[in-house]
Design a protein around this ligand. Structure first.
Ligand SMILES: NC(=O)c1ccc[n+]([C@@H]2O[C@H](COP(=O)([O-])OP(=O)(O)OC[C@H]3O[C@@H](n4cnc5c(N)ncnc54)[C@H](O)[C@@H]3O)[C@@H](O)[C@H]2O)c1
Length: 503
C-alpha cells in the first residue's frame, strides 16, 4: 500500500518551524495541499503560520498569486499542538536541528502516530537517509526531500533514495514535489547528495589556485563571472554562504568519500575559519566589507603602459587565435625575429612545460586562454623569469579591445580552464557513480546553484577532449591524484560520444 500523491486535500505535516520548515509548509499550501506545522518550541508553529500567511499575502499584493488562491492557501495552513496531531498526514517532512540522534528519535515518534502508508521524509543536508531510517520499522516509506533556502524561490528539490526506500515512495515524492511547484531530481543517498557534492569543485579548485599564488581571490572571481557566466565568483560565494558553513561541509563530503583527493579543500579554507573571517556575516572574509556590510571590491586590473605589440611569433599553429589577432591588427611572423612575443593558446599546459616541449625562448612566451574567450575578460600568463616588457606589449595590444586583462602566474589550465575542468570532472564522476542521471545532475547544478551550464554538459561545452586534456595535463604537471579524470569523461571523450551517452 502507498499513498495517492495526486489526492485532493493531501496533507503534509511539517516538523520544525524554522527557516526551512516555513518554506516547505508555504509551498505545500500554495501548491493546493494542506499543511500542518509542528514545533517543540513554544509558539514557534503559530509564529510560522503567521509568517507564512504574511508571505502569501505579499505574493497576492504583488499580483503573483490570485486573491482566491491566496485565501485558500492560508486556510489550508494548520498548527499541530502535539506530534499526535500529525496522525492523518499523507506525508511528514522533518526539518529540525541537524542532529542524527534527535532526528532518529523524532522519526520514531512520527512512526508511532501516522499510518503505515504515510511517507516520512527528512530535509537533512548532510545526514545519510539510511542512517535516519535505521531507527524506523517501515523503512520503505522513509526518504529524503531536500529543499534549498529560501524554499519558495529555489525551484529544485532533491528526492533522496535511502537503501530501503521503495520505488512507490520515490515516485510519490516526485509527484508531490511537482505539486509544490518544485523541480524534483532523484538522488542517491551519498555524502552531499547532488548539489552540495557537485558544488565542491568550483570553490575548492579556486582555493587551490589562490593558495598556489597564481591569482588573487578577486581576480579569480572576476574571471569566473565575466568570462564564464557564473553569477558569483567562488570567493564571494564562500563569503556569502559563510566559511563556518562551507568549510565543514567540504570536510564532511571529503571524508564521506574516503578522502578522494578530487574533493579536498585547501588549508587556506580552514585558516579563514579559524581566524574568524567567516565572510559577509562577520564583515570580513576573502573580501573586506564596509560598515553597512557591502563588499569592498579591489580595483580591476590596471592598464599597462607599453607600446602595443604589432607582430608576434606563434609557439605552434593556433587557429583559435586567428580571429583575435585579426581584431587586434597583429601580424604573425613566419620566422622568429628574436624580439617579438611568442604567443601560445595552451589547453591545460603551463608556459614552462610548453617552452621546454617546443624548445622556445621562455622569456618571450606569452600564453592566452583562448578556450575561455577573451572579449569580456582575458587571462594571460607567462613563465617565471619572463621579459615583462615583451609580455606587457602583448597585454597593451589586448587592452585595445578587451575590457579587462588579468595577468596570472604560470599555471596549467590558467584559472577558468582549470576550475571548469574540475567542475565538469566532478559532474562526470557523479554520473559514473550514479548519484543521479546526467540530465538530473545538470538540472540540479543549474537550478540549485545557478550554474550557467550543468556540470556534465559543461564537458561537452568545453569540448570533452579539451576537458580531458586539461585534467591530464594538470595531473601530469602537478603529479596530483586530485586531477585524475573520471572514467565517464575519458571514455566519452576518446570515443567522441556525446557526454550524456549511457553505459
Ligand atoms: N537553512 C538551510 O539553508 C538549509 C538548507 C537545506 C536543508 N537544511 C536542513 O533543514 C533542517 C532545518 O534547518 P533550518 O535552517 O530550518 O533550522 P532552524 O534552526 O531554522 O529551525 C529548526 C526548528 O526545528 C525546531 N525543533 C528542534 N527540535 C525539534 C523537535 N524535536 N521537534 C520539533 N521541532 C524541533 C526548532 O525549534 C526550530 O524551530 C536541518 O536538517 C538543515 O540541515 C537547511
Amino acid at each position: 500500500m502507498s499513498i495517492d500523491p495526486n489526492k485532493e486535500g493531501l496533507t503534509v505535516g511539517v516538523v520544525g518551524a524554522g527557516a526551512m520548515g516555513r518554506g516547505i509548509a508555504q509551498v505545500s499550501v500554495t501548491g493546493g495541499m494542506k499543511a500542518v506545522i509542528f514545533d517543540t518550541a513554544d509558539g514557534a508553529a503559530a509564529a510560522a503560520k503567521d509568517f507564512i500567511g504574511g508571505m502569501i499575502q505579499r505574493s497576492v499584493d504583488k499580483g503573483r498569486l490570485e486573491e482566491d488562491a491566496g485565501e485558500k492557501a492560508i486556510a489550508n495552513l494548520g498548527v499541530a499542538g502535539s506530534i499526535q496531531d500529525l496522525k492523518d498526514c499523507d506525508l511528514v517532512v522533518e526539518a529540525i536541528v541537524e542532529n542524527i540522534d534527535i532526528k532518529q528519535s523524532v522519526f520514531r515518534q512520527i512512526e508511532e502516530v501516522v499510518s503505515e502508508d504515510t511517507i516520512i521524509a527528512s530535509n537533512t543536508s548532510s545526514i545519510r537517509i539510511s542512517s535516519i531510517a535505521s531507527a524506523c520499522t517501515h523503512r520503505g516509506r522513509v526518504a529524503g526531500l531536500h529543499f534549498f533556502n529560501p524554499v519558495p524561490l529555489m525551484k529544485l528539490v532533491e528526492v533522496i533514495n535511502g537503501t530501503d526506500t521503495s520505488t512507490e515512495t520515490t515516485s510519490a515524492l516526485e509527484v508531490i514535489g511537482k505539486r509544490m511547484g518544485r523541480v524534483p531530481v532523484v538522488v542517491k543517498d551519498a555524502p552531499g547528495f547532488l548539489v552540495n557534492l557537485g558544488g565542491r569543485a568550483y570553490t575548492t579548485e579556486a582555493l587551490r589556485i589562490v593558495s598556489e599564488g597564481i591569482a588573487e581571490p578577486h581576480e579569480v572571481d572576476a574571471i569566473m563571472r565575466d568570462s564564464c557566466g557564473f553569477r558569483m565568483g567562488p570567493f564571494e560565494l564562500m563569503d556569502l554562504t559563510g566559511i563556518d558553513v562551507n568549510f565543514p561541509v567540504s570536510q564532511i563530503i571529503y571524508n564521506g568519500y574516503f578522502q578522494d583527493k578530487r574533493l579536498s579543500t585547501a588549508p587556506l579554507h580552514e585558516s579563514m575559519m579559524e581566524a574568524g573571517r567567516l565572510g559577509r556575516k562577520t564583515k570580513a572574509g576573502f573580501y573586506d566589507y564596509d560598515a553597512e556590510g557591502n563588499i569592498i571590491r579591489p580595483d580591476g586590473p590596471a592598464k599597462v603602459n607599453a607600446q602595443p605589440a604589432r607582430q608576434v611569433v606563434l609557439a605552434e599553429p593556433a587557429p583559435a587565435l586567428e580571429p583575435l589577432l585579426r581584431d587586434l591588427g597583429i601580424s604573425v611572423l613566419k620566422d622568429d625575429d628574436g624580439q617579438s612575443p611568442i604567443l601560445a593558446a595552451p589547453i591545460g599546459e603551463d608556459c614552462t612545460s610548453l617552452a621546454v616541449r617546443l624548445g622556445l625562448d621562455a622569456k618571450r612566451l606569452v600564453a592566452i586562454d583562448a578556450l575561455t574567450g577573451t572579449h569580456a575578460h582575458a587571462t594571460v600568463m607567462a613563465a617565471p623569469g619572463a621579459n615583462d616588457a615583451v609580455v606587457e606589449s602583448f597585454i597593451a595590444a589586448l587592452q585595445q579591445n578587451t575590457n579587462a586583462v588579468t595577468r596570472i602566474k604560470d599555471c596549467p589550465g590558467f584559472v577558468a580552464q582549470r576550475i571548469r575542468a574540475m567542475v565538469a570532472n566532478l559532474g562526470c564522476e557523479m554520473a559514473q557513480i550514479g548519484v543521479a542521471t546526467p540530465e538530473d545532475i545538470d538540472k540540479g547544478m543549474k537550478l540549485g546553484l545557478n550554474y550557467p551550464h550543468g556540470s556534465v554538459e559543461l564537458a561537452d561545452y568545453l569540448g570533452s577532449r579539451n576537458t580531458l586534456t586539461i585534467l591530464e595535463q594538470l595531473q601530469a604537471i602537478t603529479g596530483e591524484e586530485r586531477y585524475r579524470p573520471s572514467q565517464w569523461l575519458r571514455r566519452r571523450a576518446l570515443l567522441d560520444l556525446p557526454i550524456h551517452t549511457r553505459d
